[in-house]
Design a protein. Structure first.
Lengths: 316, 316
């Protein structure tokens, strides 16, 4: 297209309905069901931009389900069901299609959602479009807006592993954990349900487009700024190893690569301890919310600008 | 693919969950929401197979919404919302994308549903995947199964107009009504709501793949046979005109061409009059349900076999 994906999407969001101000602009849309919100999201995977070399059909299916469930999780919702439209080239073997469907089914089982059907068509390029639907109590919905100065910034899991997995592809894939993070993302559905139930979370989204990009999105939606504390970011050893082997800065994978599908959220500082009791150790405070000062990284006592660049496709 | 679209879809349906026996195999899937069913369906349009020459981007958008709303209608449900994943080639102009979105928005407004968002990606071939969601009272759901011997077969609107519109493309498009039927299908959402509310309908589906194909589908799902009364089928004059100009049998367009998106349904004979009072004249009794004898057409006193061939793509 003539304009970048994000600009095009922003234009289209204006055309799509606003759902009373909730939904568009967030990870998924919210529709009023009376007693609760229906949460719905759709995400497409096209072969040349989103399917790295060596990804198995099972992993393709798993991924198209996982990325959609991650959007549902980011809104604090419980996944309900999943449908998929699949376009395959004429010469595609039916066993490939079935393996894709098995990947979808197993990912859906993991999050206790029903894979209820779909559509299969012929398309010159393989293109899979998944739609996940969930529901959430009205007061439990998590949005990108709502972060307040004084809140802390936190994330589930770690940062950089999927990005490192992508770099590892050209290393002959010696790092199984990184490769798996890239090829079989885990949507943080259980954690999202706990975050929603806690009542402590002031804003939330997933890190699918990278940590830096997500921080800038929360910043824009909440009209606040963030200071990311580099030393607090949980970075697996594989990321450092792959960084050395590829002679690439660790920051590129941790801040600017996508594919991690962790939850990035804000809470009041006084609630962190209780949240740890609910979620266990699998989240980390990595920064704080400030009224102004731009979005910055604190590292070795210095404040550096956090660039607003992210990852949209495997291939630019 | 190695196998036809329907065979592939049938295989995939087995992999998708059964939703307690409701949904897969019908026009859309049903998910239990406690007090009602959530109805969900997804349909993909790929450029080379589903976008006839001369279709405007607005019509492309309208169609991807309409075909999904038609599936919701076929289940007796009220549409709630719509999302779409759109894959466009890199060189696509943003104005094209916006016109597609406007078509979706206007079709959604017509059926009083919310177009709530989507995803835009780069794909070598234009591929649009829409997902529509609706809800229906549990006792109001319409399924393909349920037709009983002695019931009559009925349809909304007319048959053959979209098929004639497709043939008309090579005639220089002199038949505006047929062309419009092909390019801007109208999902029968209001009629579906009335059919659902009536409590009279024993089975229902849409005629998207053609009248003959739909009759065979109802036959299979309900384990009954049908006798279609040819003289009763409402066929617009344009279909006869285009048939003569193209030297093609009228039957090809009326029975075996797709794209009409009418509702095909069965009711007990004694309820037909009351249903006419609810829906007005816009439905016609076109046949009857029989216990056995195969699916046949009665024409000029003769019983002919109704072939089970339909239409899957604009181009074979």
């Amino acid at each position: 297209m003539d304009v970048g994906e994000k600009a095009a999407v922003a234009d289209l969001i204006k055309l799509a309905g606003s759902c009373g101000g909730i939904g568009p602009g967030d990870d998924a849309a919210a529709v009023d069901l009376g007693d609760r919100y229906l949460i719905i999201t759709t995400d497409m995977i096209a072969k040349h931009t989103h399917v790295p070399e060596g990804m198995t059909p099972w992993q393709v299916g798993w991924t198209v389900a996982a990325v959609n469930y991650s959007d549902i999780a980011a809104m604090g919702a419980i996944p309900l069901c999943f449908v998929v439209s699949m376009g395959f080239p004429k010469e595609t073997d039916i066993s490939y299609v079935k393996d894709v469907a098995r990947g979808i089914k197993e990912c859906s089982e993991m999050v206790a959602a029903d894979y209820v059907g779909g559509d299969t068509k012929e398309c010159y390029e393989m293109a899979l479009s998944g739609t996940a639907v969930g529901t959430v109590r009205k007061e439990g919905i998590l949005l990108r807006s709502g972060a307040k100065p004084g809140n802390v910034l936190a994330m589930t899991g770690s940062a950089g592993l999927a990005g490192a997995g992508f770099e590892d592809l050209t290393l002959g894939s010696k790092h199984a954990r990184a490769r798996k993070a890239l090829m079989e993302p885990i949507p943080r559905v259980k954690e999202a349900a706990l975050l929603s139930a806690s009542g402590f979370v002031t804003s939330c989204m997933d890190t699918s487009d990278g940590l830096a990009s997500s921080i800038h999105e929360l910043s824009k939606a909440s009209e606040v700024n963030f200071m990311l504390n580099w030393d607090a970011v949980p970075i697996p050893n594989d990321v450092y190893e792959i960084s050395e082997l590829k002679l690439l800065p660790v920051e590129d994978m941790v801040l600017y690569a996508g594919g991690d599908y962790q939850l990035l959220f804000t809470v009041e500082r006084e609630n962190v301890e209780e949240l740890h009791q609910m979620l266990g150790k699998d989240f980390t405070v990595i920064g704080e919310v400030r009224e102004k000062g731009g979005n910055v990284v604190r590292r070795s006592g210095q404040l550096l600008t956090l660039e607003n660049k992210g990852f949209e496709h495997f291939k630019g």
